[in-house]
Write a protein that binds this ligand. Structure first.
Ligand code: ADP
Ligand code: ADP
Length: 229
């Protein structure tokens, strides 16, 4: 089953007449772990933004879970966001809330009954290896740990799809590997994971399908990865 499908998708920013994505066709199936690599400006964030419906294609169609994005309109818009968890370079944890409350916040937003929070938040913190930091505030955590809390927040709602855009962008190599290991763990539990990155060593440490963008074009799609721009 397809989780994400791009069919001849072009995204042009009219203001700057930039062709951010140029006639992209690609399918990502359920349970895959996919890297999206490319130099800065290649179109990685544009790809993510289309899936999140933060941008609309100029031409072509994007489908999520078999449905064209136009299906997720009006009252159905929140359904789209519930199908995916997101992790970005700047994880934007709430500084005045501890790890538990930052993760629980995601459940509050989607209206999960409060009695379910403790079990689900503990399970998510366990998945990222931070059950012992439940009561720590973000400033008491390393950047890598903060990013793992952000991953726990993204997966606590059990989304079928996890999107990570430069999740190790601010991290040193050790913390980056830690975060990657956590993403692998999420993948091994059955979640489809898409990671946009230009961290070569990561892509080479845990090899998996790798899509390479160059100036908006998909120039490589390789099953066991490897990073070459
Ligand atoms: P940015 O996105 O920060 O503008 P790039 O994506 O071009 O930069 O590259 C990030 C870093 O990785 C740079 O230091 C660059 O030299 C290095 N790099 C990128 N691609 C390759 C490659 N194919 N071989 C070796 N080094 C690379
Ligand atoms: P990446 O994430 O790989 O760095 P982006 O998807 O952010 O690449 O950018 C692709 C191209 O689109 C770049 O040339 C960038 O300058 C341009 N771009 C991105 N966002 C906008 C925007 N909001 N308006 C105009 N041009 C944009």
């Amino acid at each position: 089953r397809r989780v994400i499908e791009f069919e001849q998708v072009t995204l042009e920013y009219p203001a700057t007449r930039t062709l951010a994505l140029d006639n992209l066709t690609v399918k990502i199936g359920k349970g895959e772990f996919v890297y999206l690599v490319g130099h800065s400006g290649a179109g990685k964030s544009s790809f993510m933004n289309l899936i999140l419906k933060r941008a609309l294609p100029t031409r072509g169609e994007v489908r999520v879970a078999g449905q064209p994005l136009s299906h997720y309109r009006g009252r159905r818009t929140p359904l789209l966001r519930r199908r995916m968890g997101t992790v970005f370079q700047d994880n934007l944890l709430l500084g005045h809330l501890n790890a538990y409350d930052n993760v629980a916040f995601a459940l509050r937003v989607i209206g999960v009954p409060q009695r379910e929070w403790p079990g689900r938040v503990s399970a998510a913190l366990r998945t990222v290896g931070l059950e012992h930091k439940t009561h720590a505030l973000p400033m008491q955590l390393s950047l890598g740990e903060q990013q793992r809390v952000a991953i726990a927040r993204a997966i606590v709602s059990d989304p079928p799809l996890l999107l990570a855009d430069e999740p190790t962008g601010n991290l040193d190599p050790d913390h980056s590997r830690e975060v990657l290991r956590v993403l692998q763990g999420v993948h091994l539990r059955g979640t489809t994971v898409v990671v946009a990155t230009h961290a070569r060593d990561l892509v080479e440490t845990y090899r998996s399908r790798t899509l390479t963008l160059r100036r908006g074009k998909l120039v490589r799609d390789e099953h066991l990865g490897g990073y070459a721009l």
